[in-house]
Design a protein around this ligand. Structure first.
Ligand SMILES: [Zn+2]
Length: 172
């Protein structure tokens, strides 16, 4: 299992949620040794050795001050699927991530842009059927707010390498 480290902002919340601000253990150790970060928790069962020292791998690190990162929602495949709740915007069925595609409402060939307002989630069948014609999605596509995406998102806490992460991720 990977022993990643959760990186928190100075306010005790993850620096980012989409994707979750997780760093690998080597980066985490480097931060602890070279930067002014606050070590909140270590992986009890993961110790690394060097010729001169041994160290438990950090599980949760916090930045000493609050940094304003843009909580803007990145336009990406996974965030479009999340906005549309994995629902095909033409047949209204819910699909598995892997069975969904992104569809340009106004097709690319008709100069339809790749942005929040013109790209929707579509199942493979609907995407094929629609082909190069403009479509009418069931919900008008808009740029989602950060909080609306967060509400629709389910973190899989079983995948966290440390159960303590939940305390920081699920706090309101
Ligand atoms: Zn469909």
């Amino acid at each position: 299992m990977s022993k990643d480290c959760l990186l928190l902002n100075g306010n005790g919340k993850p620096v980012s949620y989409f994707p979750l601000s997780v760093i690998n253990w080597k980066t985490a150790i480097k931060l602890v040794l070279t930067r002014n970060v606050i070590l909140l928790r270590e992986h009890e069962d993961f110790v690394v050795h060097s010729p001169t020292m041994e160290m438990k791998v950090p599980s949760i690190l916090m930045l000493p001050r609050f940094h304003k990162f843009h909580n803007y929602v990145k336009f990406s495949r996974s965030n479009v699927l999340l906005r549309d709740m994995y629902t095909c915007q033409y047949c209204a069925e819910i699909f598995d991530k892997k069975d969904l595609t992104l569809d340009h409402v106004i097709p690319k060939s008709k100069k339809g842009p790749s942005n929040w307002e013109n790209v929707v989630t579509a199942c493979k069948a609907c995407n094929l059927k629609k082909a190069n014609k403009p479509g009418t999605p069931i919900k008008e596509p808009i740029k989602p707010s950060f909080s609306s995406l967060l509400n629709g998102y389910t973190f899989n806490s079983d995948s966290f390498p440390d159960k303590e992460w939940s305390k920081y991720i699920f706090q309101s």
